[in-house]
Design a protein around this ligand. Structure first.
Ligand SMILES: [Mg+2]
Length: 312
């Protein structure tokens, strides 16, 4: 039952691109246990995410890791801008490499830190059916803080140019979804909220409304991010991609097995830390979905990941 709950949580989180949040209050290391029977006997939504959430919210280690990755990403961006053959999009080649430069970034747990709602879910013992509203309420607050290192990266990247003097444009691709909201006539309140949140952190730009791409805003913008990257690649050379989930970089891994995902990782082994930078997210993601509905069994089994990628 506990494992089944964890899988359902992972699926919903992955689909909704949810996360957990910022810490505006002191941590309560000993979280109150969920009220027995509160969810009709079912485990709570974010069950099992306690340590991961505390690590993201409260550890210096997470901050240091995130800042390390963003500093390395900035150095790679400089290298990529100076190399006209460099692209972070596998399908991009030929004449499109002469296009102006762009960076693609995921939003949740890449730019915006959602450890706060994650902690709230744990403390409240949120039930599955309560998640969509709780997540939408969180988006409406527009108050997620920045992931460590993201602010410095975005500000510096936008000041950088390619060899032709064309400045870097940053696109945000997120699987946050548009959904109607009572009392709000906007076509996509979640787009407006995300944009306002980004602007409140100093990430605004004159083109941000166009540069922020939510899942489902256009019919072809599905949960896979390939279609949105392909659209960007029509007008820009994507020099760097930054995300927290394998699916931010690779198509077809959101529902793949652990072994299939790892083979996909290895197939692009040379891209990690060069064109692609992945931030740690131990709270949720397609990695958790891949473990299946029995996490106790996953713990007991040897992991089906590769210790070393085959040399090709
Ligand atoms: Mg994310």
């Amino acid at each position: 039952m506990r494992s089944s709950c964890l899988l359902r949580a992972a699926l919903t989180l992955a689909i909704a691109a949810c996360a957990a949040g910022c810490a505006t209050q002191p941590p309560t290391a000993a979280s109150a246990p969920p009220v027995p029977g509160r969810c009709g006997g079912e485990p709570i939504f974010a069950a099992g995410a306690d340590r991961a959430t505390l690590w993201v919210r409260n550890s210096s280690e997470f901050r240091a890791a995130s800042e390390t990755i963003y500093r390395a990403a900035l150095e790679a961006l400089a290298a990529g801008l100076a190399d006209p053959t460099w692209t972070a999009e596998p399908s991009q080649a030929g004449a499109s490499l002469a296009l102006p430069p762009a960076v693609v970034m995921d939003v949740d747990e890449t730019v915006l830190d959602n450890a706060e709602p994650q902690a709230e879910m744990l403390l409240k013992g949120l039930c599955f059916e309560e998640f969509p509203k709780a997540w939408d309420d969180w988006l409406a607050k527009r108050s997620a803080p920045a992931v460590p290192g993201a602010s410095e990266f975005i500000r510096a990247a936008r000041l950088m140019s390619d060899s032709s003097g064309r400045q870097v444009r940053i696109f945000f691709i997120t699987n946050r979804e548009c959904a109607p909201r009572d009392g709000n006539p906007a076509a996509c309140p979640q787009h407006d909220d995300t944009r306002a949140n980004l602007e409140s952190l100093g990430f605004g730009s004159p083109t941000l409304a166009d540069d922020l791409m939510l899942r489902g805003e256009r019919p072809e913008w599905d949960g896979e991010k390939l279609a949105r990257r392909a659209q960007i690649a029509n007008g820009y050379r994507i020099v760097l991609n930054v995300g927290d989930d394998l699916a931010d970089f690779l198509p077809g891994v959101r529902r793949a097995s652990v072994a299939e995902r790892d083979a996909a990782r290895c197939a692009r082994a040379a891209w990690w830390g060069r064109q692609w930078f992945l931030l740690p997210n131990p709270m949720y993601g397609s990695w958790l979905v891949a473990l299946g509905d029995d996490l106790d069994a996953a713990l007991a089994d040897p992991p089906s990941i590769l210790q070393d990628c085959p040399r090709g």
